[in-house]
Design a protein around this ligand. Sequence first.
Ligand code: NDP
Length: 251
Amino acid sequence: MTQSKTWSGKVALITGGSRGIGRAIAEAMGRRGAKVAISYRSRREEAEEVVDRIRGVGGEAVAFAADLTTSKQADALVGAVYEYFGSIEILVNNAGITQDGLLTHMTDEMWEAVLAADLSSAFYCTRTVVRGMMRQRFGRIVQVGSVTGVIGNAGQSNYAAAKGGLISFSKAVAREVAHRGVTVNVVAPGYVETELTLTLSERVRTRAAGWVPMHRFATVQEVASAVCFFADPLQSYITGQVLCVDGGIAM
Ligand code: NDP
């Protein structure tokens, strides 16, 4: 395990850490020596696997179930992490879903579900966690956004609104907490190899990859590496930024 003194002992809460990008972030932070708490909505077995993998290489990890579309469960999650580890230095708001459809076919339910899972969840978790970060005068908040929130995407007006909102939310919070040693930044991935993109048809995947200047989807490790850049305790003078990890889509 490649531990770093600056990461050692820092507690990282990663929402949606049971699979995909969140899992890669959890494992990358665990390797750096952080104590890792992950949350999941329903897939307990996958979450326990992530915990076992981190513990298996000598790290500390724990998983909690929480549906982050309600502030009650978000507050309970943060309370559970405090009880288990005693503090939170790093928060990664990664949990999210998509429910795509052209605007004329988008139902109220599709709109509300995506806004709740991708934007309100980050608001609830950030609001609770930032109090402790301001008190301890140290914190790293990293939002997992999307390049769709930067440039838009047909068929994803709900997701674009949520991820675009996440960027503006982060910049506002970054201004509120900068003087307390808390940074807030956004990593905005393009297409990434996860379950979320595996649901796309082969035809759509090939067309999408062709549209990316690098002609391929990102690996989850490539996204995790950018998240770790912002979360690094030594990365103390960058805040309110959006970093696209998108193979060149948004340049
Ligand atoms: P996955 O679908 O693989 O994983 C989503 C994670 O979020 C799971 O851990 C899931 O828990 C959790 N989750 C979903 N809904 C809720 C909820 N209501 N409350 C709490 N947890 C929830 O997603 P990805 O890894 O692909 O995506 C992670 C993030 O990256 C998302 O924010 C996504 O928008 C963003 N992103 C992904 C891209 C991609 O191409 N994959 C591209 C750009 C951005 P459980 O396992 O229990 O269901």
